[in-house]
Design a protein around this ligand. Sequence first.
Ligand code: FMN
Length: 312
Amino acid sequence: MQFYLAPLQGLTDWIFRESFSQHIGPFDKTFTPFIRVQGGEFYRPSQCNDLLPAHNVFQKPVPQFLGNTVESFKRFEELCEAHGYVEANINMGCPYPMVTGKGMGAGLLAHPTEVAKLLEGIFAETKLKISIKTRLGHENATEFEPLIPIFNAFPLEELIIHPRIAKQQYKGEADLLAFAEYASRINHPVCYNGDILTVADIEKVHALAPQIDRFMIGRGILQNPFLLYKIRKQELTQTERVKMLRNFHISIIEHCKQKYSGDLHILKRFEELWEYHAVGFENGHKIYKQVKKCKTLAQYEGVVFKAINEMN
Ligand SMILES: Cc1cc2nc3c(=O)[nH]c(=O)nc-3n(C[C@H](O)[C@H](O)[C@H](O)COP(=O)(O)O)c2cc1C
């Protein structure tokens, strides 16, 4: 089985990915959060920094494209090629109205002709291996039905399915039954994504779709950075876990000190990380509250390293 790190905008940028691969362990694949390209131009040029080779020494990610024209994809491909990437992922899952309203991300899913046109244009010229990360639909999971022959018509590297619809954002249940039904009709390798928090969650997917041999995990890794060790039945001692997690956080802090000016920027970012990360600690609620109250990096380090030293 293979395990991928999900792209999480604002959370799993190069700083997180490098610190994780170096100190906790590599995934089989990682993906950058989306890089949005609109009208052939980078929407936020700073997003491109995530691909710099100097930022991706320990593990090269798959760059993710968010856009809806061939022209935009070409611009993205130039960037990928300039940095030596050979594979790209197309985002057809982003549920936020600011994105879907522009016909990007999950906003594409209710328009199969647009999806077909985009893929035709991309595959006519691309030199990259292409995978897609999708939801089941925008408003309704039945929107996936007409997409199946379209996805099957192109030589995709793989199709990553998060079985929610955009309207749900990240709430409500992932639809495992619909996932199993649709996945069995896709000609490409299919990767499952959504709410994998424990070994039992993988077994639940396997019970319905035994052929699935790749899983993408996002929030589950933020909550429990040692989840892959659990899944692979690799035992770690308490001392090993404390050491790995300490080094992971030291690395994130050091990179952030260089990237951001001023403690407040850094603390804002750490608050987002701990919203998920704290859940894995026994007294996580208290730790998250303490993190939110920190006014300086020194205070933050005090809270975080105490929490890590005391974890079970
Ligand atoms: C804060 C946040 C940011 C996200 N950013 C991206 C993104 O940039 N690209 C993408 O394809 N999915 C993005 N996602 C979706 C995740 O990759 C993943 O599909 C989703 O969280 C479900 O998987 P999980 O339950 O394992 O976290 C994001 C999700 C969250 C919660």
